[in-house]
Design a protein around this ligand. Structure first.
Ligand code: NAD
Length: 496
């Protein structure tokens, strides 16, 4: 019987790139079996050796960037500028986890219940086989940057990239093998999420999922049913606040990057902008002008700032959100139309004004090049409006007074808040955790959290000389009294 295939089309033209074989359940069985065997050996490999592979992978990604930039662009339709963000992301994650893995994975020796007599050691054990289920919008970053800490922690990874961008993930796996990663440790399985997602989760020891909040609920249910852990990196409806004392030209310039990176198909991208009345006209004028000046097109070089949306569903959602808002009275300040003259899924970067509750775009994530601007009259109003969302992924605050901006930032319900930046200051600071609140998912990537989620701890306690029990001939009542005295002394000595 012929193996089912999925057709992958480059967004820029809509023509076919490749037919992708789709994994059967027998393929999944084989992939997991091989991964388990490889993982058992890998877990015995010194962390120092694992780290050196990450460092070689880092170097290959940078030195072979032209090849992977082409693949990312062909599969996703994004501009080279935004494809390069992915190369940078993988490089900084590889460098960071190579730098911290040995320390994070070293055994710890915390105090025992009876100091001197109880010796405690906490060891870190890899989970086993981690499933990394990733979407199509940042196909290199989201497939590789979450796999690297899992691998360096001693796990195997089964990647289920989106069919649309599978070649990018397969390139990353091949490159890791060329960097020295043993075969079988990081494998790709292909198939639609709704078809093989459950089958992958049924075989995994942990799930790292990136995608929409709606699918995140399904993943959490399936992982919960098996009592395995999962990390959920979900959607956003991210706000940017321009306070009255903001550097307006800088805010407008960076807002353009933060709203339209990857044509708005970025979980962290800004979809709502709240501008203080005192600077509203100036900010909006500059923001609209800069957005109009963006160059749209496709080329495997840096000549365009904005590429295509990735597939038909994306352009349908974008058009539906804009059309609904306009039908209910919103104004298009720029954009608001598809550009079939450039390619089948091009849509102009769009700024809306006069968006109100009841319009779809007010609350729902568009995940496209559409942003709404709102006038506010105080910091409190800006914060209230920013927090009027079930999502809580990323936010941005602009003010010349960074102390004030940090105070506003702390009141925003989001996992990351950037002051005088859009998203890249927090996202790119990979030593700090990144993730969402609310329906943006509670998963964390980056920082120690991004590695420690892939391990279990095992505590080994060795009791020496005396057992923790009454001495021979001692009554339970005297034992209780002795221990009470001991607890009091420990507290008086401020022992933890
Ligand atoms: P989606 O949930 O429809 O699909 C995302 C991925 O999940 C796809 O590869 C899909 O094949 C797979 N999938 C679908 N059903 C599945 C199932 N039952 N089991 C396993 N996998 C399944 O989302 P989408 O609209 O294609 O992707 C965009 C969404 O992803 C947006 O909401 C965006 O904000 C979010 N996202 C979040 C982050 C983050 O880091 N927080 C990053 C990128 C994208």
């Amino acid at each position: 019987m012929a193996r089912p295939r999925s057709r992958s089309s480059p967004p820029a033209t809509g023509r076919k790139i490749v037919d992708l074989p789709q994994s059967s359940t027998a393929d999944l069985d084989r992939a997991f079996e091989t991964a388990r065997r490889a993982q058992r050996e890998w877990a015995k490999t010194p962390v120092r050796e694992r780290v050196s592979i990450l460092r070689r992978f880092h170097d290959l990604v940078l030195s072979e960037q032209d090849a992977i930039l082409d693949i990312v662009q062909l599969e996703s339709g994004k501009s080279r500028v935004h494809a390069f963000d992915e190369v940078g992301d993988v490089a900084v994650n590889a460098r960071y986890y190579a730098g911290v893995a040995e320390k994070l994975l070293a055994p710890r020796t915390p105090r025992g219940v009876l100091p001197m007599l109880t010796r405690v050691e906490v060891r870190n054990r890899p989970k086993g086989v981690v499933a990394v289920i990733s979407p199509w919008n940042y196909p290199l970053a989201l497939a590789a940057s979450d796999a690297l800490p899992a691998l360096v922690a001693g796990n195997a990874v089964i990647a289920r990239p989106d069919n649309q961008t599978a070649l990018t993930a397969l390139w990353a796996i091949d490159t890791a093998e060329r960097a020295g990663l043993p075969k079988g440790l990081w494998q790709g399985v292909l198939g639609r999420g709704s078809v093989i997602g459950g089958e992958v989760i049924a075989r995994a020891d942990y799930v790292d999922y990136t995608g929409s909040s709606a699918t995140g609920r399904t993943i959490a249910r399936q992982a919960g049913e098996r009592l395995i852990g999962c990390s959920l990196e979900l959607g956003g409806k991210n706000p940017l606040l321009v306070l009255a004392d903001a550097d307006v030209p800088a805010a407008a310039r960076i807002a353009v990057r933060a709203c339209f990176a990857s044509a708005g198909q970025l979980c962290e991208s800004i979809e709502r902008i709240y501008v203080h009345d005192a600077v509203y006209e100036r900010f909006v004028g500059e923001f609209v002008n800069r957005t109009r000046a963006l160059r749209l097109g496709t080329a495997l070089d840096y000549s365009y700032e904005i590429g295509s949306l990735t597939f038909p569903r994306q352009i349908d959602t974008v058009a539906a959100h804009v059309d609904d808002a306009v039908a209910q009275g919103a104004t298009v300040l720029t954009g608001g139309r598809a550009r079939p003259d450039l390619g089948p899924y091009f849509y102009e970067p769009t700024i809306l004004e006069g968006v109100r509750p009841g319009m779809t775009v007010y609350r729902e994530e568009t995940f496209g090049p559409v942003v709404s601007v709102y006038r506010v009259h105080s910091d409190d109003e800006a914060v209230d409006q920013a927090n009027d969302s079930a999502y809580g992924l990323n936010a941005s605050v602009w003010s010349r007074n960074t102390a004030r901006a940090r105070e506003v930032a702390a009141r925003i319900e989001a996992g990351s808040v950037n002051v005088n930046e859009g998203f890249i200051a927090a996202w790119g600071s990979v030593a700090a955790p990144s993730g969402g609140l609310g329906i943006s998912g509670g998963g964390r990537r980056h920082g120690p959290e991004g590695l420690l989620k892939y391990i279990d701890t095992q505590t080994i306690a060795v009791q020496r000389a005396l057992p923790i029990a009454p001495l021979p001939g001692m009554s339970e009542a005297l034992w209780a009294k002795t221990m009470t005295l001991y607890f009091g002394v420990m507290k008086a000595l401020r022992q933890k």
